[in-house]
Design a protein around this ligand. Sequence first.
Ligand code: HEM
Length: 122
Amino acid sequence: MSQEYSVSEVAQNNGHDGKPVWIIIKESVYDMTEFIKEHPGGDDSILEYAGKDATKAFNEVGHSTDAIKQMKSYKIGVVRPEYTKVHNRQPTSAANGLSEKQQQQPECGQSEKKRIKFFFCF
Ligand code: HEM
C-alpha cells in the first residue's frame, strides 16, 4: 500500500529553509527535490507549486508520455483519502482556482440520482 500524506504535510515540504520540494499531481505526492535541477521546464515552474497541487499546471503544459512515465520515479505516496472525498472526485481542484460550485458540479450520467441533470448537460 502506498504511503499516505495529509495535505498539510505536503504543504510543509515547500522547499523553504532547505525543506524538500513535494508536489501533488492527481492524488499522488511527488518528491521533486532532486528532479528540479534537471527538469526540462526549469526549476521555477515546479518551485511555484512546491507544497501544493500542481495538477492543472502539469496538464496544461501537455507533458509527453515520456514525462508521464518519468513521474513514477519521483512518486513517494498518495494524498489521504479524506482529501479525495472532500473534493468529490476532483481532489486536485482546490489549489487550482476552481470555485466551490465548480468543484461540486457532478459529471453527466454519473448516477441514477443525477440522471435528471442529463438534459442540462447537452
Ligand atoms: C513529476 C513531475 C514532472 C515531470 C516528471 C516533468 C517532466 C518534464 C519533461 C520530461 C519535460 C520535457 C518535455 C516533455 O517531455 O513533455 C517537461 C517540460 C516542462 N514541464 Fe515538466 N515535469 C513535471 C512537473 C511539472 C510541473 C508541476 C510543471 C508546472 C508548471 C511543469 C512544467 C513544465 C514546463 C513549463 C515544461 C516546458 C515545456 C516546453 O518547453 O514546451 N512540469 N517536464
